[in-house]
Design a binder for this molecule. Structure first.
Ligand code: 0OW
Length: 330
């Protein structure tokens, strides 16, 4: 096409390429469903890079070319979380879990179900969107003050740069390094005589705190989003509905969540995932129980640090799992 190409034609072609590339990327990184050969992806990607290089004015914030990183930051700005990023109370036995359930039901007259979720062992992050575009990402920090790591989070392919609807929202979730990526990274660092990471959580934290965003982009980080801020403003009434809605907007949501009515179902959920834990492609350190209706969450509210409507049940440390990690994932 050479320089006969007008900027307008380039813009149109770039939009087609971005739509196709973002769809392929969504299937691969959010839905874990590879639909295209790398060669086809790379061919379209290279064409887009050439067009944007020739006509820089056509670049938009949700172009896949904006995910490769490239800046070396000299530090991370601090930022105040408008609403504090809460932590979770922990229990270590099923009996304590039953006590939590009894206590909560004593305060809450109405009957309610729990939303059970796996407790992903990564780094808590916050993502802010304005009119559907990703504008800011940060770490939890101490819950009130976090670090602005927007540039690094843009390189995480599971984080959408543009949502399917032009909503202005904040969501929170866990950024983590899959076990396979962790094993490969440590093998590579060992070969280079560099210190290895103790576990995927530390590897994810180290990768997100990289000042060179190109390094972050190579670390194969992913996310599970589990928290929608102020859902009542959107007429969403339950945690399970919020997860569904965030999935429709394009976020990567953990598929193992389950609404359970009775305590016995919670037992079954715990046993099921304690058994499945080793085979999951990501680290979990327990399960999280949340009152599903937001009306119930409103009744009991939060302490300064943790919600009164949720609890984390931590699995007993499983030394057998560490041995398996060495074998299975190298
Ligand atoms: N790690 C998790 O998978 C997880 C989860 N699935 N759900 C929550 O809900 C909390 C967040 C604020 C109120 C309830 N928290 C999680 O992790 C927390 C975040 C900060 C400390 C824990 O890691």
């Amino acid at each position: 096409m050479g320089n006969l190409l007008t900027e307008q034609a380039a813009q149109k072609r770039a939009q087609e390429l971005r739509k196709q590339l973002n769809e392929w990327s969504y299937q691969y990184y959010v839905m874990d469903r590879p639909t295209v050969e790398d060669i086809a992806y790379d061919k379209s990607y290279r064409e887009l890079v050439k067009l944007e290089k020739k006509f820089p004015k056509i670049i938009v914030s949700d172009s896949p070319t904006q995910r490769v990183g490239g800046r070396v930051l000299d530090g991370f700005d601090k930022l105040n979380h408008e609403l504090p990023m809460l932590s979770l109370g922990d229990v270590f036995s099923k009996q304590e879990l039953l006590d939590f359930d009894k206590r909560l039901r004593k305060v809450v007259a109405e009957d309610f179900a729990y939303n059970c979720e796996l407790k992903i062992d990564g780094l808590a992050i916050s993502l802010v969107y304005k009119n559907g575009l990703f504008v800011q990402g940060s770490t939890r920090g101490n819950g009130v003050i976090g670090e602005d790591i927007t540039e690094n989070l843009k390189t995480v392919k599971a984080i959408p740069l543009k949502l399917t609807e032009p909503v202005s929202i904040e969501v929170r979730g866990e950024c983590y390094m899959p076990k396979r990526a962790f094993a490969k990274l440590n093998a590579q660092r060992e070969a280079e005589g560099k210190p290895v990471f103790a576990n995927p959580r530390n590897a994810a934290a180290g990768s997100l705190r990289q000042l060179d965003t190109k390094i972050t982009a190579r670390r194969h980080l992913s996310t599970f989003i589990y928290y929608l801020m102020e859902p009542e403003k959107l007429g969403i009434e339950k945690q399970s509905e919020a997860l569904q809605k965030m999935s429709e907007w394009g976020f990567r949501i953990n598929p193992e969540s389950r609404v359970t009515a009775a305590a016995t179902e919670i037992d079954a959920y715990i046993d099921e995932y304690q058994a499945k834990r080793i085979a999951l492609p990501y680290d979990i350190d327990g399960i999280v129980l949340k009152a599903d209706p937001f009306s119930v969450q409103q009744i009991v509210g939060n302490t300064v640090k943790v919600p009164r409507w949720a609890i984390a049940y931590k699995f007993p440390p499983d030394e057998q799992e560490t041995i398996v990690r060495q074998i299975e994932w190298t």
